[in-house]
Design a protein around this ligand. Structure first.
Ligand SMILES: [Zn+2]
Length: 508
């Protein structure tokens, strides 16, 4: 076996992940995710696709300015306008990267571009040349590479390396390849492309067949040195390769892969919770590494084995990804200082005023709930971070419900110091609450999904509601937490409605 290689972890949670329907995050949330990624020591952060919207541009710009450590990358189609926009968004980063792409498969060339391969090649080369005149670090992606003819793929890769590309990315854009085929493509490219040693070879896998992680690992075995991935595997359609899966597979199976990463794995769980909360995408309980049950040993035989020796059924420890067994050290008597230390320990870096707000929320929770767990604190803090200044926030709610009355609700919301109050009825108490909110905000939407789960055990557990609303064919997700499920529902609904309002404001 060759000697250990260092694998570059390229995180695209903020670009590919955020592109998933309903996963959009606010500017503040994106910055917070970027800071978390930097703390985790990812090598590259793809911060967004600046030409696509004002918000994307601004997010890239602020991340480039504020987040230190990783390379900050922005996406651009192989067009001058896109590249200019990407450059302007990230030029203040210490290590800026422009990532340009063009499709190389016959299907895309014929149906999407209506061009010849030679024309596509010229566009790709020109784009890379132009990007390389602006920054040193240029990545080129051959979109739909796994369905491209290897002859053409090799030609274009060789040409863009000559034009100045320093990283070549081979995406499985539609999640179609399988591990053996993918490693063959990577090996074949390394053989055919004469100047391949002048660039870093990268892969970007999608999970349409559930193979994103397996394909990424196969590519590493075949010689790829950069993996593009996202926290929790969020991404278009069925998502992308999950950062936590790729990184932990390399860490746990050092014997199988002669490769390491720079990732501080103890930050994984915190990042996972954060991204789940901000996007409103709940994590399935059996999700590898970060799912609720990933380290739960229920059956008697397993528990018995675990008690005798953890290694009997545990291939990695929950502590290795920063999942401590929930400790219940917080309660009504916890002081400000203890609380703010806890926040730091849980990976939050909040300003003083925000800590103060969270402390008040914590005390309110501790009044209702005797034992406050880490997960409860994470839930209320993430819930609070979902708010921005111009948003509607809950001031007061009253619900009337029962098995022989028409459910009705009164809701008072606040925005920029003004109060708004409305009452409405509905099919149930939740419906009545949402109808009252609609009357205030004037936004009519359809409820997409609605899900509720307990953050920790016990009857007084904090309930977390995740839902999505559909407005003008666009989906917005929201999340809210409270010991009262109706309040959690209302907060989640407000979170989604606020996102929808913000989007509309920016669009107009
Ligand atoms: Zn993708």
């Amino acid at each position: 076996m060759s000697k250990e290689r260092n694998i570059i972890i390229f995180d695209t949670t903020l670009r590919d992940g955020e592109q998933a329907p309903g996963a959009s995050m606010s500017l503040e949330q994106k910055l917070d995710v970027a800071r978390t990624l930097a703390k985790m020591k990812v090598d590259v952060i793809e911060a967004g696709f600046p030409i696509s919207s004002e918000v994307q541009f601004e997010a890239c710009r602020q991340i480039a300015k504020e987040v230190k450590g990783p390379v900050i990358c922005a996406l651009a189609r192989a067009v001058k306008g896109d590249i200019d926009s990407a450059y302007n968004a990230i030029k203040h980063a210490a290590k800026p990267r422009i990532h340009t792409f063009i499709a190389t498969s016959d299907i895309h060339i014929k149906h999407k571009f209506k061009k010849t391969p030679a024309e596509v090649m010229k566009l790709g080369v020109d784009a890379v040349k132009y990007a390389a005149s602006l920054v040193k670090d240029v990545e080129f992606s051959a979109e739909d590479a796994t369905r491209s003819r290897i002859e053409f793929l090799s030609e274009i890769v060789e040409a863009v390396i000559d034009a100045g590309a320093t990283t070549i990315n081979i995406p499985d854009t539609v999640g179609y390849t399988v591990p053996s085929e993918f490693s063959a493509i990577i090996r074949e490219l390394s053989k055919r492309v004469k100047n391949i040693d002048k660039a870093v070879l990268s892969v970007h896998c999608h999970n349409d067949l559930g193979l994103a992680t397996a394909n990424s690992l196969a590519a590493i075995e075949a010689g790829a040195t950069q993996i593009e991935c996202t926290i929790n595997g969020v991404g278009e359609r069925a998502g992308s390769a999950a950062l936590e899966e790729v990184v932990m597979a390399l860490a746990v199976r050092k014997d199988a892969f002669p490769a390491t990463t720079n990732i501080v794995t103890r930050e994984i769980y915190n990042a996972s919770k954060k991204v789940s909360s901000y996007t409103g995408f709940t994590i399935q309980p059996n999700k590898a590494i970060v799912g609720k049950n990933a380290f739960a040993h229920e059956s008697g035989i397993h528990q018995d084995g675990m008690l005798k020796s953890r290694e009997t059924y545990e291939i990695m420890t929950p502590e290795s990804i920063g999942r401590e067994s929930s400790s219940l050290i917080m309660g009504r008597h916890t002081g400000r200082h203890g609380f703010s230390e806890k926040l730091v320990q849980l990976g939050f870096s909040l300003e003083k005023s925000a800590v103060e707000t969270m402390y008040t929320r914590f005390l309110q929770l501790a009044d209702k709930k005797k034992e406050v767990y880490d997960d409860d604190i994470i839930a209320i803090v993430n819930d609070g971070l979902n708010l921005t200044a111009a948003d509607f926030t809950l001031d007061y709610m009253h619900v009337l419900s029962g098995n022989s009355v028409i459910p009705s609700a009164t809701v008072r919301l606040k925005k920029d110091g003004t109060s708004y109050e409305e009452a409405a009825s509905g099919d149930g108490p939740v419906d009545a609450l949402f109808n009252a909110v609609d009357k205030i905000t004037g936004i009519k939407s359809k409820l997409g999904d609605y899900e509720i789960h307990a953050v920790t055990g016990g009857k007084d557990a904090v309930g977390e509601v995740s839902l999505s609303i559909i407005h003008d064919d666009e989906r917005f997700s929201g999340r809210g937490a409270s010991t009262d499920v109706l309040e959690a529902s209302l907060k989640a609904y407000l979170n989604a409605v606020n996102k929808c309002r913000n989007r509309k404001k920016k669009a107009s």
